[in-house]
Each structure stands twice: as C-alpha cells, then as structure tokens.
Design a protein around this ligand. Structure first.
Ligand SMILES: NC(=O)c1ccc[n+]([C@@H]2O[C@H](COP(=O)([O-])OP(=O)(O)OC[C@H]3O[C@@H](n4cnc5c(N)ncnc54)[C@H](O)[C@@H]3O)[C@@H](O)[C@H]2O)c1
Ligand SMILES: N[C@H](CO)Cc1c[nH]c[nH+]1
Ligand SMILES: [Zn+2]
Length: 426
C-alpha cells in the first residue's frame, strides 16, 4: 500500500486513478471475440472456453442432469445461509416496487406510470477466480420480482467443463433453467447477439473482470442495454482514531482478495491509525488462502492521511468508490455528506462483506469512478417504466387549446389537427 501524507487537492486527481486497463487498450481483443461469436456461434464459444477456461465442452448448455447432481453437493448449512440472504435481499428489493399512482394533472386528464419487467435479460455471474453464487442472488431475485420473462444465465466453466455446484443450486432455487457455460467477452457477445442456441437478450447484467466490463460497454454502442460498468471490486475506508485497526484491515482485505486488479483505499485523519492499519493488514494478509491475489491488489492500493475528516469525505466523493465504509465515531454526520459511491457501510460493526452476501442491499455496484453517474443494481434496473394517459371529453376541452397553440407555434399542424378534429365533434 502506497502512503500519502496530507496531499493537496491538486494531487487528488492522480490518486483517484484506478489500476485497471482503459477500454481503449482492451477494445481490439474484445472486438475480435465478438467477431468470432457472430461468425461461428456456439462453435466459437466452445473454442474460447478451451482457450480461456481450459475447458473441453461437448455443449455450451448445462443439462438438467448436471443441476440434479449439483443440488445434493451443497451442504444443508450453506443452503440455510442462502435462505437468510434470499429472504433479506427479497425483502429489500420487494420494497422497491413502485405503486401505480393515478394523477389527475387537470380535471379530466389522468396520467399514470407502470413498471413492466424487461422481457429478456442476461445475467453474467463471474466465475474466473471465485464462483460468485451470491451475485446470482443479487441479480436473480430482482429479475424475478420485476417479472422478467426470459432469464439466461452465463458463467464460465471450470477446467473440467462443469459449473460450480452452488451456482447451479442457486439457479435452481431461483427457477432459472437456461445456464450457458461461457465467460468473459464471449459470454457477453452471445447474450448480446445471440447464437444458433442462445437467445439474444434486451439487457445484460452482472459484474466481471475488465474483459467482461469492456465487452458490456461495447455492446451498448450496438443497442443492447447494460446495468452499468461493474468491474474489479473496490472499497474506501474512512477511519478516525476510534476505529479498530483489525476491523479496518479485514475490510480492506475482503475486497483486495477479489482480484489482482481490485483497489482498496484507506483514508484517515490520524497518522497513528495509518501505521496501526498497515501493521494489521500485514499480519492478516499472511493468513489468507488468497494471499497472493490480495498482495497484488495491495500493490495498487493507497493509504492517505488528511488533517480533517472533512477532507477525507471530500476525497472519497472525488474517488467515487464502489463501497464506502465510515469507520468513525459518529458515521451519521459523514454519511450526510456522501455524494458519490455505490453503497455505504456505517460504523464499526457494518463490515462490507455483510452487504456482499446478506444484509439485503445489492452488491452489483458501479466501479472505476462510475458511481459519479450510475447507481447500483436495484429493482428499477429490471423494469421499464411505461406512462399512460386518458382524457375525458371535458379533459380534452380543457387542455386542447393549450396544445393547439403550442403545436401552431412549433409549425406542426398535424399535431394541432389531432386536437382540433376532436374538439369539433364533442
Ligand atoms: N462491481 C461489482 O459489483 C462486482 C461484484 C462481484 C465481483 N466483481 C468483480 O468481478 C471480477 C470477477 O473476475 P474473474 O476474473 O474472477 O471472473 P470473470 O467471470 O469476470 O472472468 C473470467 C473470464 O474472463 C476471461 N478472461 C480471462 N483472462 C482473459 C484474457 N487474458 N483475455 C480475454 N479474456 C480473458 C475468460 O473468458 C474467463 O472465463 C473481479 O474483478 C471482482 O472484483 C465486481
Ligand atoms: N464485493 C463484490 C462486489 O464488488 C461482491 C462479492 C461477491 N462475493 C463476495 N463479494
Ligand atoms: Zn466482495
């Protein structure tokens, strides 16, 4: 972790850069993958699975037999834990349903807005270095609540050609039956363009590494919607002297272990706390099974000391982290000033990993500074909002003259006539 003492605001822009490759550096490779999938469909997916996942696949689809065999492989303890998460995520996302409100904007003119599920959605579940079945809950539950009709799941196969048993168990729990064995940019291409067996979808969801994120960004230029750029995980922790250095170190490492291109940032108003946290990180990282991955991420990571917590929160807002932990005495005060982040964890007993799995909030969140202009996944991400209006004769008589005058002023006479012709017959 590189450390910076009291950097001036002029230095912040450099410190808020992420370690991931820029879209431009990945574009040519991803485009080549797109071309292969467009030209040769499933055969290209099989070839790319052999190249990137070292898997020999007889078919790109998971069979019902594979699902049936996976279910008993998941322990009852894990199934019960998944139910806890399932209940909380469902509760939080159910509460996001928007009630239909009929508004009479003027007498006889009634308007309302209704949410309708996006019909065909693709869910990408990362599986390169860890099988993120929790991400399947985060995407599958709101997709179900929204009423999406067709759900296609894509996730990379292991070297033996199989999909992780807990991912299959979770898909089955969600009632998802179409499971594509494909990862990386090729999975995004299949979902966006379709193949002879994969249906093209309307919107693609899910986080992934930089290839997945670049591919998702590129398909938006071709008319396919995406949730957001959700790339390598990040956390920024703001801690004062009341924070427990062991807690902070554990939180930093929880995101560092995701991948070598993850970034964790520690910000404090105490030089002593910086030293304590660095020591705790060094102690804890040595105990981790994913020590090498976490250490690579730590090489990209920062520890920054500011004179005040006000500067700390200003810096965080400029960085726009995927996750922000406020490990301070009165988190409510700083929370009020948060303007740019995906999700906030308040106080000393709200570890970020609780949000990753089970508190109820969604863990698919914008990374790489996109929290400046995107929200994380929610029920809204899976619906379109369609507006309706109905006018009575009296309503049209009231509103009609205004519309006629405005249409006339825009020089759009057919618009005016659509009102005039009716008013003449009332
Ligand atoms: N932002 C979020 O909400 C969020 C949530 C969960 C996970 N994540 C992030 O998702 C990522 C998961 O990454 P992962 O790699 O474990 O799994 P992944 O499924 O995203 O990627 C694996 C695939 O990447 C492709 N790939 C690997 N190396 C390649 C190369 N050199 N060229 C082209 N393609 C290549 C392969 O096809 C492979 O199947 C992590 O960075 C994690 O931090 C983010
Ligand atoms: N922290 C990840 C989002 O950046 C989500 C996740 C899944 N499993 C564990 N963590
Ligand atoms: Zn995580």
């Amino acid at each position: 972790m590189k450390t910076y003492l009291y950097p001036s605001p002029a230095e912040w822009a450099a410190l808020t850069q992420r370690p991931v490759q820029k879209l431009d550096q990945l574009r040519a490779g991803v485009q080549h993958t797109f071309d292969l999938v467009k030209e040769r469909g499933d055969a290209a997916l099989i070839e790319l699975a052999a190249k990137f996942d070292k898997a020999g696949l007889p078919s790109v689809w998971v069979t019902q037999d594979e699902v049936d065999q996976a279910i008993p492989q998941v322990s009852q303890e894990l199934k019960d834990a998944i139910e806890v998460a399932y209940a909380n995520i469902s509760k939080f996302h159910e509460a996001q349903r928007e009630p239909v409100q009929q508004i009479e904007t003027m007498p006889g003119v009634t308007c309302y807005r209704k949410s309708v599920g996006i019909q065909k959605v693709g869910l990408y579940i990362p599986g390169g270095t860890a099988p993120l079945f929790s991400t399947l809950l985060m995407l599958g539950i709101p997709a179900q609540i929204a009423g999406c009709k067709e759900i296609v799941l894509a996730t990379p196969p292991g070297a033996d050609g199989s999909i992780n048993a807990t991912i299959l168990y979770t898909a089955n729990r969600l009632g998802i039956t179409r499971i594509l064995k494909a990862g990386g940019a090729q999975a995004i291409a299949a979902l966006a363009f379709g193949t002879e067996t994969v249906p093209a979808v309307d919107k693609i969801f899910g986080p992934g590494n930089q290839y997945v994120t670049a591919a998702k960004q590129m398909v938006t230029q071709l008319g396919v919607a995406i949730d957001m750029p959700a790339g390598p995980s990040e956390v920024l922790v703001i801690a004062d002297e009341t924070a427990d250095a062991d807690f902070v170190a554990a939180d930093l490492l929880s995101q560092a272990e995701h991948g070598p291109d993850s970034q964790v940032v520690f910000v404090t108003n105490s030089e002593k706390q910086l030293k304590n946290v660095q020591e705790a990180v060094a102690r804890q990282v040595a105990e981790l099974p994913r020590q090498t991955v976490a250490e690579q991420a730590l090489n990209n990571s920062l520890g920054v000391v500011f004179s005040t917590l006000q500067e700390a929160i200003d810096f965080s807002n400029q960085y726009a982290p995927e996750h922000l932990i406020l490990a301070v005495d009165i988190p409510e005060v700083l929370a009020e000033q948060v303007t740019q982040t995906g999700s906030v964890f308040m106080g000393h007993f709200s570890p970020e990993s609780v949000g990753d799995y089970a508190s109820g909030t969604n863990h698919t969140l914008p990374t790489n500074g996109y929290a400046r202009n995107y929200s994380g996944v929610s029920l809204d991400s899976f619906v379109k909002k369609i507006t309706f209006q109905q006018l009575s004769k009296e309503g049209l008589q009231r509103i009609g003259p205004a519309v006629e005058i405005m249409a006339e002023a825009e020089g759009l006479h057919a618009h005016k006539h659509a009102v005039t012709v009716r008013l003449a017959k009332i």
